[in-house]
Design a protein around this ligand. Structure first.
Ligand code: THU
Length: 134
């Protein structure tokens, strides 16, 4: 759980960072702001490439920044996502759900739903996360 104030802060930071998006191909700017267990906020945006498959989503960009700054024990508390233009539903893609799940156990994921934002527990977005067990 995070406070309504923190939720609003994350949304605002996601909206700000979305403006830095490099997305000349899709013209769809995505922003992500996440809160870690150390109460730090990290942001990321989508960065596209002429070789389309090399593009990276905003969420993975933010998660990888957080790990780079905090190290391998980094744990997520909440993740917020938005887009410009603001689409009806900008929820994280499947690949990003799996990456978020690596660092957070059933955390709130906040994203646009119509004219407002909703919080959805990660497990609702990704059941049966892949876990490497040999
Ligand atoms: N995108 C994200 O940044 N996050 C997602 O979860 C879905 C899609 C980006 C990738 C691409 O740059 C653009 O949105 C259009 O697909």
């Amino acid at each position: 759980m995070i406070s309504p104030e923190m939720r609003q802060t994350l949304i605002q930071k996601a909206e700000e960072i979305a403006l830095n998006s490099y997305s000349p191909y899709s013209e769809f700017k995505v922003g992500c702001a996440l809160l870690t267990e150390t109460n730090q906020i990290y942001t990321g945006t989508n960065v596209e490439n002429a070789s389309y498959g090399l593009s990276i989503c905003a969420e993975r960009s933010a998660v990888f920044s957080a790990v780079a700054k905090e190290g391998p024990d980094m744990q997520l508390k909440a993740v917020a996502i938005t887009s410009v233009p603001r689409s009806h539903l900008t929820s994280p893609c499947g690949a990003c759900r799996q990456v978020i799940a690596e660092f957070g156990k059933n955390i709130p994921v906040i994203f646009p739903n119509g004219s407002t934002y909703i919080d959805v527990p990660l497990e609702e977005l990704l059941s049966y996360q892949f876990i490497l067990s040999v």
